[in-house]
Design a binder for this molecule. Sequence first.
Ligand SMILES: Nc1ncnc2c1ncn2[C@@H]1O[C@H](COP(=O)(O)OP(=O)(O)OP(=O)(O)O)[C@@H](O)[C@H]1O
Length: 336
Amino acid sequence: MEPIIQIKNVTKTFIGKDNQVEALKGISLDINKGDIYGIIGMSGAGKSTLVRCLNYLEKPTTGTVVVEDQDLSTLTEAELRKVRTGIAMIFQHFNLLMQRSVLDNVCFPMEIVGVKKQAARKRAMELLEIVGLKEKADAYPSQLSGGQKQRVAIARALANTPKILLCDEATSALDPTTTKEILKLLQDINKQYGITIVIITHEMAVVQEICSHVAIIDAGELAEHGTVEEVFSRPQSQAARKLVFMVDPKAKEMSGKRCIRIVFTENSSFEPVIANMVLECKAPVNILLADTKDIGGIAHGQMILQLPEDEMAANKMIHYLQERKLEVEELKDYVG
Ligand SMILES: Nc1ncnc2c1ncn2[C@@H]1O[C@H](COP(=O)(O)OP(=O)(O)OP(=O)(O)O)[C@@H](O)[C@H]1O
């Protein structure tokens, strides 16, 4: 696979009057052509700074960003503007021009690069059709719902046929149903036009819904990266585990107890395994978390069990599961 974006040892330090913030502390990451790449992390982790470094809206303090084999640090302002035409961006609050109609919003980036008015309007109508908003061409942003506004923003982002689309918390202001619709639209655009999409989010569900790859940023560092399947089914770092398990309110209760996590990599029912194990080992277990997810079309499941106090029974259970070729991992304070 060919990388379209290469981030190499990028650091970014903001220097204030009497303090400095190391927002990025040496991030290296390759994003391949056609990926839908999720960048996820807690608030303040450095996600927005990282994504702004990708188009040099923010210049890294050290390190390099290479987009389509061009090292951005070597480009003149004019060359950078050209590269930026190929990297579109959408935002949490849509950033539409309120005084302009939907159609004129979509025409705007084409006007800037000198596309003739008639050609721009024609293309804008085509784009509005793609995002399903043709009938709203003459409406104004204030007359649209959040989801519709984001559709206009997507149409506008596509106007100059970008190769890369950066989405900074693009669904964070939307309700769950609208979020799904917008994510589906992004997925269609990725498939149909081969546009590489980078999604910044703090929501695991967004990554799970459409991303092929994910990078987890924690306090300015890259905690983990890989395919969504790899990272979500076997999170290695504390930061990844926090994000993956954050959704479960019970997760907090688990720390400090002897717990194991079992990972199922095929679409199988867990009950018989656990029930049989309990029968065989003659001790009960507490199922703290049982959950299956559709990750990249493959059903994955995981279960977190609290083992019995009795050491022998507990060890017997681990042995029982391992014999059945299930991955068993002992969890120690993993929610932090
Ligand atoms: N222009 C700036 N000047 C000074 N500090 C900044 C600037 N931009 C970001 N920071 C700091 O850098 C760190 C990372 O911020 P960033 O916005 O990249 O995080 P984030 O992961 O996108 O967070 P959120 O999800 O809350 O938007 C934070 O501590 C932030 O305060």
